[in-house]
Design a protein around this ligand. Sequence first.
Ligand code: NAG
Ligand code: NAG
Ligand code: NAG
Length: 268
Amino acid sequence: MNKYIQLLVFFIFLIVFIKDVKSQSSSSSSTDPISYNGWNLIFQDEFEGDSLDLSIWNQISQSYDYNDELEDYIPENIVVENGYLNIIAKQQDYQGHNYTSGKITTSGKFNTTFGRLEASIKMPYGQGYWPAFWLMPEDSLNLCWPTGGEIDIMENLGQDDTIYGTYHYSTQCNQNEENGGKTITESYSSEFNLFSVIWDPNQIVWMVNNVPYFNVVPTTELPLPTTNPFYIIFNLAIGGDWGGPVGESTIFPQNMTVDYVRVYKRSQ
Ligand SMILES: *[C@@H]1O[C@H](CO)[C@@H](O)[C@H](O)[C@H]1NC(C)=O
Ligand SMILES: *[C@@H]1O[C@H](CO)[C@@H](O)[C@H](O)[C@H]1NC(C)=O
Ligand SMILES: *[C@@H]1O[C@H](CO)[C@@H](O)[C@H](O)[C@H]1NC(C)=O
């Protein structure tokens, strides 16, 4: 081979190599896949802007009166910067409550029936934190809970590294039937982990870092939703019946940080 061509090939190789290394190191979670064979990306938020994209999200203002929780959700505690969504939990006097936090939903702006839904999340640490990434049916305001179903992709109680995935359903108001699984994710509050479900007509599979740990199949008592569109919710609750009161050593403020959320549908 001509010496000049050899040199040229060498430089092209060098440039491609450097670009590859650069793109890996600049990404905050370079090991996460950005596409899956057999799936089409239909929705994503990488949180690259300097504010929450209100064309796809609703910021909830809500004095929470479910589950004996202690927080008020206020839009001020939702901050998008440096490529992340931060939901900040603060200890502060606010309209008779002692904590503020945040909740966002895609209701009316994005919803899906079936799909692969995933988010890369780092959670706060400490007794009293209750972060969640979950799905509710768009018509849930007209249906009483949980007759339309509820898919909890990820819930955690901040004092330990257990990750919960749960499906709720009932034929009657407030008569909750549920089927849930759990797994351990030791780095839940020190690193980003990928929490997801694959929701198909005949089953829902729960995964952490794309490793399945639980699934539900439809039964007579617990059918799966097949027609309702569901929307996405991120929130960081404080206290409440499930996790119990805030621990004395729990530190405020802390964040539930989301690197990205993506939704895929199976390609036919
Ligand atoms: C929480 O999020 C806010 C807003 O992005 C940021 O300024 C703060 O440093 C974060 N706190 C922690 C502990 O990461
Ligand atoms: C807020 O904290 C104060 C002081 O600990 C307590 O007396 C009060 O009951 C708390 N309020 C609520 C709504 O939990
Ligand atoms: C589902 O979301 C779309 C926007 O993508 C919206 O137009 C529609 O009203 C939503 N469906 C329901 C039942 O709210």
